[in-house]
Design a binder for this molecule. Structure first.
Ligand SMILES: *Cc1c(COP(=O)(O)O)cnc(C)c1O
Length: 220
């Protein structure tokens, strides 16, 4: 598995795109999405010095990261997945950021857990830019009210996140997300995955979430 070369190539390309992009002022954060990846690939990336990882399931993340975190105190874990309200407190306790705040009930559970634990994790509101019925995320038209609600809860909302529809040009979705972030004065944009991260960076991403392009295909 040629893992480190993948990593160094992506880092190099990211540096280059950051330099070229008129919309990007600082280098986007590379979130290595380690869900369903073999342990040795995760360790190879840790060995290369990478410390920012993304997971979409609480149980899997705890199994993978609890011990590794004792060895590397500076690991940063980002939660990217569908989050059930009954897991909100555990996710707040274990993770360092949440990219998938997508409904009022979840927002209020997260806000309560963060207050109880005195942990104001950076949160991203997930927006369903393609208005796909099977996908989570607030609809663009519902964002203003939902954002107001999150602010009333004193949730630490730092940005927006999207997953563009598969098979379509992602650029209009990234542009829409960026426009909405500007409107709401939100500094961070979590957008871009293995297939479209370069486009996302050109369009102002501050957080890119890369799994397979970094680690190879996921197991099941
Ligand atoms: C799995 C996942 C990714 C990474 O996807 P790749 O195509 O493997 O890069 C990014 N974001 C979210 C929300 C994911 O669930």
């Amino acid at each position: 598995m040629e893992l480190k070369p993948n990593y160094y190539m992506i880092c190099e390309e990211l540096d280059m795109l950051t330099e070229q992009s008129l919309l990007v002022t600082e280098k986007p954060r590379l979130i290595a999405v380690s869900k369903m990846q073999p342990e040795e690939r995760v360790d190879a990336l840790l060995e290369a010095g990478h410390r920012v990882f993304g997971e979409n399931r609480l149980q899997e993340a705890v199994l993978r990261w609890e011990e590794r975190r004792k060895r590397h105190k500076d690991i940063q874990l980002h939660f990217l997945g569908v989050l059930q309200t009954n897991k909100a407190a555990e996710v707040v306790a274990f993770f360092d950021a949440i990219h998938s705040v997508d409904r009022p009930k979840l927002a209020s559970h997260l806000a309560k857990a963060m207050k109880e634990q005195s942990r104001a994790l950076p949160c991203y509101i997930q927006v369903n830019t393609g208005e796909e019925p099977q996908k989570s995320g607030v609809l663009p038209a519902d964002l203003p009210d939902f954002f107001t609600y999150c602010r009333e809860l004193e949730l630490n909302v730092v940005g927006l996140m999207c997953l563009p529809p598969a098979g379509l040009n992602p650029a209009p979705h990234f542009a829409l997300l960026r426009q909405m972030a500007i409107t709401h004065q939100l500094p961070r944009l979590s957008m871009g995955m293995s297939g479209d991260w370069q486009t996302a960076v050109r369009m102002g991403a501050t957080d890119i979430r890369i799994g397979t392009a970094l680690f190879g295909e996921r197991g099941t």
